[in-house]
Design a protein around this ligand. Structure first.
Ligand SMILES: *Cc1c(COP(=O)(O)O)cnc(C)c1O
Length: 457
């Protein structure tokens, strides 16, 4: 038995600003392009979808962006979040490494997502918006925006990927408990949804399809905007409260990480933890090794192409340069629903191209095994997505054991798995298999990358 080691910051240490890594990078990321003209888009092109404050943050090169006081007030409900030293896990692994984790599962919906949901809902309310449409995969983002919408008096319409809608009925109930509406995607409500259903009546949906539906609905009404829970610059920037707090907490612990680990779906919890540390490094501070962990069944960073692509399947979004598996790629139905996006955040893709981070892919059964080992040592059941980060951290700790070096590892435990216990049930019953995507389907999806890309490169 080992005592719990926990680092808690007082409420007044909730960061006052978000950190924008673009200010510190040696070169800016490639521009976002208009799909029709192939030219860089301007703020006006995005105005039908987002309030101006968020568009400003999307293109900002300022290092610090002030967090509005009403947002910090809501953050106080669960922030600063705790940072733990995983002493019992270290013992179980018999490693000389020190393992720390930042725990975002303490938020009202059990993940890091409310960090940006609250901010986005606030700016929409402030701009007079009445309704927000969005998509959700496993339901974590939908329930987080539903929570934020209930606080700021906004109507929230969520298009939820059909396979998750069927597998995770409690997430829908949570959204409804917060007053939101949740629809299975593809749906009959939109042109994009109807087009998919006409071709594939039994489509299980994808994030790319659900984004098309939500964007289409937002563009139709003046009082309605759209919100995205990951991928975009402003979303990643909002998540940097995680890493900024972690720097202070590691300082309390009298330690600094050598290795940072995070799981990557669209890239937001990963960037939220690592960007503030990379910022220190870029400004002459200590160097960190940064590992992004993704599912082998949806390997955008490790197997995708760095190219201009659409963010959605219906091709309603601008073109962004990112690591992508192709916007028509539908990943197999593995359990980490939050990691099933065909692309990677342009900001994370860019820092990968700059050589600041490395990427690695794991199969789902080895991740669940790591998740169970973590739960038995630390008493927290990780979300299926978070088990990827756990697996990455455990592997690094085992490498330290082999090499006999006591490195310090910090990972982001981005959410708990209380809504995902069916996945654990399946894992214990031996029903989980490692899902392999169809190589020829991937090749086809990549071959279908937009040709405007060529003109712009
Ligand atoms: C949504 C989600 C993810 C994936 O999104 P990122 O933007 O990559 O963070 C990962 N983990 C959890 C718990 C999530 O809710």
């Amino acid at each position: 038995m080992t005592d719990t080691v926990k680092y808690v910051l007082p409420e007044d240490r909730i960061p006052k600003t978000w950190y924008n890594i673009l200010a510190d990078l040696p070169e800016p990321p490639p521009p976002v392009l208009h799909p029709g003209t192939g030219q860089p888009i301007g703020p006006d092109d995005l105005a039908p979808l987002f309030p101006m404050a968020l568009i400003g943050q999307e293109v900002s090169m300022d290092r610090e962006i002030e967090i509005p006081e009403p947002v910090r007030e809501i953050y106080r409900q669960w922030r600063p979040s705790p940072l733990y030293r995983a002493r019992r896990l270290e013992q179980a692994l018999d490693t000389p490494a020190k393992i720390y984790y930042k725990y975002e599962g303490v938020s009202p919906t059990g993940s890091h997502k409310p960090n940006t949901a609250v901010a986005q809902a606030f700016y929409n309310m402030d701009a007079g918006v009445k309704r927000i449409t969005t998509e959700t995969g496993a339901g974590q983002w939908g329930s987080s925006l539903a929570f934020a919408g209930s606080i700021f008096g906004l109507e929230i319409d969520v298009y939820m990927v059909k396979v998750s809608f069927q597998q995770k009925p409690y997430r829908k109930a949570l959204m409804e408990a917060f007053g939101a509406r949740c629809v299975a995607s593809p749906s009959e409500e939109t042109e994009s949804g109807r087009a998919i259903l006409k071709e594939t009546p039994d489509s299980t949906g994808s994030l790319g399809i659900a984004i098309s539906e939500a964007v289409e609905m937002a563009a139709q009404r003046d009082d309605t905007k759209y919100a995205l829970g990951s991928v975009l610059n402003h979303v990643l920037t909002h998540q940097t409260v995680v890493g900024q707090e972690a720097i202070e907490q590691m300082n309390m612990a009298g330690n600094y990480p050598d290795i940072l680990v995070g799981c990557t779906g669209g890239g937001s919890n990963f960037a939220g933890l690592v960007n503030p540390f990379l910022g220190e490094q870029l400004r002459g501070g200590p160097k960190v090794r940064v590992v992004a962990v993704e599912p082998a069944a949806c390997p955008s960073l490790t197997r995708g192409k760095y190219a201009y692509d659409f963010g959605d399947t219906g091709h309603l979004t601008p073109l962004v340069k990112m690591h992508t598996l192709g916007s028509t790629f539908v990943p197999p139905g593995f359990h980490a629903g939050g990691l099933r996006y065909h692309g990677m955040a342009p900001m994370v893709s860019h820092i990968h191209e700059l050589g600041l981070i490395e990427a690695r892919a794991y199969e789902q059964t080895e991740c669940f095994a790591a998740g169970v080992q973590f739960a038995r040592a630390e008493g927290i059941v990780p979300a299926p997505e978070a088990t990827h980060a756990v697996k990455g951290a455990i592997d690094e700790a085992l490498k330290c054991k082999e090499a006999g070096t006591g490195r310090t590892i910090l990972f982001n435990l981005c959410g708990h798995g209380h809504f995902d216990m069916q996945a654990y049930t399946d894992y214990f019953a031996g029903k989980l298999t490692d899902q392999h995507y169809d190589e020829s389907e991937l090749a086809m999806a990549l071959a279908g990358l937009p040709s405007v890309a060529a003109a712009a490169e």
